[in-house]
Design a protein around this ligand. Structure first.
Ligand SMILES: NC(=O)c1ccc[n+]([C@@H]2O[C@H](COP(=O)([O-])OP(=O)(O)OC[C@H]3O[C@@H](n4cnc5c(N)ncnc54)[C@H](OP(=O)(O)O)[C@@H]3O)[C@@H](O)[C@H]2O)c1
Length: 324
């Protein structure tokens, strides 16, 4: 009898997040064992329904714990990322994006993991990035390119904004639109090429199975480019509501971001986010196409998960009739 091949094991840092859940589920369907560290196993226990997922409470910033996590793995995928830090000096971004990547490369070297797939961001740039977010994402890319050497075969992905039923982009705007009749917003001219979360997951899974992708960086974009205003208008139409969207010019936009950054708990928006939006979030080449993936258009899919606002008047009339 031929010996059975061991199931390949992939450690997915950030595997509990929006992208991570889609990717982990795809990897399981493709026959991988998936090891996912999390800071809160209880909160993410729904991942345990996926057969082959090993969800571990761990601190990935601790080098010894990181090595333990990677031991026996065939590949590491890094999806850890933050959109906002607790403070304002960039140290939170550096810890999550740069220091962690340096530790991850070290742990791969220590444990003999020779494949690393890393999630960056479109327009990441180590010195010209306009925000802490984009600069630290660029610095992580540089670390990977210089430290991996011949031992670790890496692939880097740079997506535009990612959408899907559990995203925090479209759903956030839908929430804001539902909340208020007037929505003042800065940078309505910012451009995006929203890419579907399952296309991003497919790109990662494709790279994992194809060694020709080693050493490459892929931009990931959806098929259409939208301004922020077009996205807001589209969401508003899908919700079936009328709203006044007011453009906030330069200084007022910065003031709005500063208030959200410093005064609102949980930082729904920040100056750093505003700075990231100063560069067009659109691809210069078609990374998905190079991988043989046809990107899904946003307008068709978002329709499936944005529920139109219930007609409150009709509900009121119906409940009055029931009382009659
Ligand atoms: N979503 C987008 O539109 C978009 C666009 C471009 C690039 N990206 C990048 O894609 C990656 C995944 O994005 P996402 O939307 O899936 O993010 P997400 O839903 O916020 O998930 C982030 C994951 O990272 C982990 N994490 C967050 N902060 C951490 C920290 N300080 N230390 C350790 N682990 C931490 C979380 O794990 P636990 O809480 O379980 O520990 C979580 O699983 C990120 O690197 C992001 O920058 C996202």
């Amino acid at each position: 009898m031929a010996a059975r091949q061991a199931t390949p094991t992939v450690c997915v840092l950030g595997g509990t997040g929006f992208v991570g859940r889609s990717l982990s589920s795809l990897l399981v369907r493709r026959g991988y064992a998936v090891r996912i560290p999390t800071r809160n196993r209880q909160r993410n226990r729904r991942l345990l329904v996926l057969p082959g997922v090993d969800l571990r409470q761990a601190n990935v910033h601790d080098e010894a714990e990181l090595e333990e996590l990677l031991r026996g793995c065939d590949a590491a995928i890094n999806l850890v990322g933050i959109l906002n830090e607790k403070g304002h000096d960039g140290s939170g971004f550096r810890a999550a994006h740069v220091d962690l990547v340096e530790k991850l490369i070290g742990a791969c070297q220590e444990t003999g993991v020779t494949r690393l797939i890393h999630m960056s961001a479109l327009k990441a740039n180590h010195n010209r990035g306009p925000s802490h977010y984009l600069r630290t994402k660029g610095q992580a890319e540089r670390l990977i390119e210089t430290l991996c050497g011949d031992e670790i075969h890496y692939t880097i992905f740079q997506p535009s904004v990612i959408f899907g039923s559990e995203d925090s982009f479209i759903n956030r705007f839908a929430g804001l639109l539902r909340l208020s009749p007037i929505l003042p917003l800065a940078r309505l001219d910012a451009r995006f090429a929203p890419v579907h979360v399952d296309d991003v997951a497919l790109a990662f899974a494709t790279a994992l199975a194809d060694s020709d992708t080693c050493g490459n960086t892929y931009e990931l974009c959806g098929p259409d480019i939208y301004s922020l205003r077009e996205i807001i208008d589209f969401v508003r139409r899908e919700l079936g509501i009328r709203r006044l969207v007011v453009p906030m010019p330069g200084v007022l936009g910065r003031l709005q971001a500063t208030i959200a950054d410093y005064l609102i708990p949980g930082k729904p928006f920040s100056l750093d986010n505003l700075r990231s939006m100063s560069v067009a979030n659109v691809c210069s080449n078609g990374g998905l196409k190079q991988l043989g993936i046809t990107p899904r258009p946003m307008h068709q899919i978002v329709r499936g998960y944005l529920k139109p606002e219930p007609d409150r008047l009709a509900i009121l009339r119906r409940s009055n009739r029931r009382r009659d």
